[in-house]
Design a protein around this ligand. Structure first.
Ligand code: GAP
Length: 503
């Protein structure tokens, strides 16, 4: 069983993430989150908000609708271009993504080719159905947006948004005025997006409903400099350049500053955000060697883009984009202005009418979550159980409280401690089975600390804290427990120095 399959099994068994409406026949590409999954996902989103929005003075968050009218996607280009080429097997009827299959069989990127050209490539290379070896139909284009109708009598076509970005562009003039913002400034949005993926796969990596956290950073194209660039310019990132992809050579490690100088990254704004992304992922427990940026090849890059660079995580099945960075220029605002007739320009302090340019980091929450699950998963033969080394920011529980025995007033004391901790942290109470079994259950879901209440808790008013990562134990005064846990969670004190080490 691969590591990802093992994790998927735990997610099912512990009710963390499981197929939507699973009591009926399974519809692939949709997942529900149970109590633990919900907690981890919410914390991940909140951490993102802290890291990318609240830490900046000029980024504003909005919460727009999921259903958007057709005009929005006419302007954005999704109606015409948000399509994947598909072919159907004439024998077993399975639907296959033609470009993926051609890449698999020939190693050639065929982005941008017409259905006719793709059909010819399939025929020339004698490519057959990967499931049954049957003959494939001609290729046709399939739009990935999920369509719906507004009003009881229909007739008003709308779509579930395939990205959160479009609400940001359509509300740009109002937000700009309402916040009395000046360029540069950003609008962020966190929420659900939908894509009718042809072949959802790899658990929550490719699904049909997922969450995105996106920022559109608007700036004056005549003043492209990012005021905070100096803060990150010496940070190093790992990137697979276009050249490296052509020659199949290794990624390079380069400072943000050099990557801009060498025009690998198109501008300071994208560079600043990329530096933050790299730090953010590392702080989530994903090691540097499992992270890389990839400069997208010209044939993968939209014609209007000034450069696209993906951040990829290494999964069991290979590298996969989890954040898309795009220099969207003024493409979206310009097209919305054309179609809506509304002015999307802004007036600068020096009296120029400017159509802002935009840099967009677009995170997938589920893909990031899968990367975190995978790289925080510890297969631990010594302990005899596997566990998640989640960082404190996203661990579902800070502590578990255990009464050593279920008699002699120990449960009463343990419940008292539990009630106190509950006011400050996410905690749970467990009095079932041996202490060893309880440690295992707490570790398995990434609980940071286990607090045991024993006979000393009654006489000496102390308790034992066990550290998930090292299994070391310290004795602390119950009165000081909240303060000690706070310091530990915030990394203000080393575990062994936070109390009396138990030998
Ligand atoms: N607004 C730009 C945009 O949506 P994208 O590269 O198509 O760009 C951004 O998507 C991110 O959204 C991806 O890097 C990925 O993490 C996530 N994503 C896209 N499609 C997904 C899917 N079917 N399942 C899960 N996550 C997906």
């Amino acid at each position: 069983m691969s590591k990802m399959e093992e994790i998927q099994k735990i997610c099912l068994n512990r009710g963390i993430i499981f197929p939507t409406a699973e009591i009926y026949s399974n519809i692939s590409g949709f997942y529900d989150y149970g109590p633990l999954g919900t907690s981890i996902k919410r914390k991940l989103i909140e951490y993102w908000r802290e890291f990318f929005v609240k830490s900046e003075d000029n980024i504003y968050e909005i919460d727009g609708c999921i259903v958007l009218p057709e005009k929005v996607f006419e302007a954005s280009g999704h109606l015409k271009s948000f399509v994947d080429p598909i072919a159907q097997c004439k024998k077993c009827k399975s639907i296959i993504r033609a470009d993926d299959l051609i890449f698999e069989k020939t190693g050639k990127f065929v982005e941008g080719k017409s259905p006719k050209e793709l059909t010819e490539i399939i025929q020339q290379n004698k490519i057959k159905c990967p499931t049954c070896g049957g003959e494939l139909s001609d290729v046709k284009m399939f739009n990935l947006m999920l369509k719906t109708e507004i009003s009881p009598v229909g007739g008003k076509t709308a779509y579930l948004r395939p990205e959160t970005a479009q609400n940001i562009f359509t509300s740009f003039p109002r937000i700009f005025r309402a916040t009395r913002a000046k360029l540069p400034f950003g609008i962020a949005q966190i929420g659900h997006s939908f894509r009718n993926e042809i072949s959802p796969r790899h658990f929550i990596v490719r699904v049909r409903e997922f969450n995105q956290t996106e920022i559109e950073m608007f700036y004056d194209p005549e003043h492209q400099e990012c005021p905070k660039f100096d803060k990150v310019k010496k940070n190093k990132i790992i990137i697979v350049t276009r050249e490296a992809q052509k020659k199949e050579s290794e990624p390079i490690k380069i400072t943000i500053e050099d990557a801009v100088k060498k025009k690998i990254i198109p501008n300071q704004w994208m560079a600043y955000l990329m530096a933050k992304e790299f730090e953010f992922y590392k702080s989530l427990g994903i090691p540097e060697e499992a992270l890389r940026f990839r400069h997208m090849l010209p044939e993968e890059t939209p014609h209007y883009s000034g450069g696209n660079i993906d951040l990829e995580i290494k999964f069991d099945f290979g590298w996969k984009e989890t954040i898309g960075n795009a220099y969207r220029t003024d493409h979206d605002l310009k097209n919305h202005m054309k179609l809506s007739g509304k002015d999307m320009t802004v007036l600068t302090d020096d009296g120029r009418k400017v159509m802002p340019h935009v840099v967009e980091p677009s995170f997938g929450v589920e893909r990031t979550l899968m990367g975190v699950f995978l790289h925080c998963f510890v297969e631990d033969k010594q302990r005899g159980w596997n566990w998640f080394k989640f960082p404190a920011k996203i661990a579902p529980y800070t502590a578990a409280v255990f009464p050593l025995v279920n008699k002699d007033k120990i449960p009463e004391k343990a419940e008292e401690v539990y009630e106190t901790l509950k006011k400050c942290f996410d905690v749970f109470y467990d009095d079932g089975g041996s202490i060893g079994r309880r440690y295992a259950r707490a570790d398995e879901i990434g609980t940071l600390f286990s607090v045991t209440i024993d006979y000393d808790s009654l006489d000496k008013k102390t308790c034992t804290i066990r550290d998930r990562d090292t299994t070391k134990q310290i004795i602390v005064k119950i009165d000081e427990l909240v303060s000690v846990l706070n310091k530990l969670v915030n990394g203000e004190i080393e575990f062994e120095k936070a109390g009396k080490l138990k030998q």
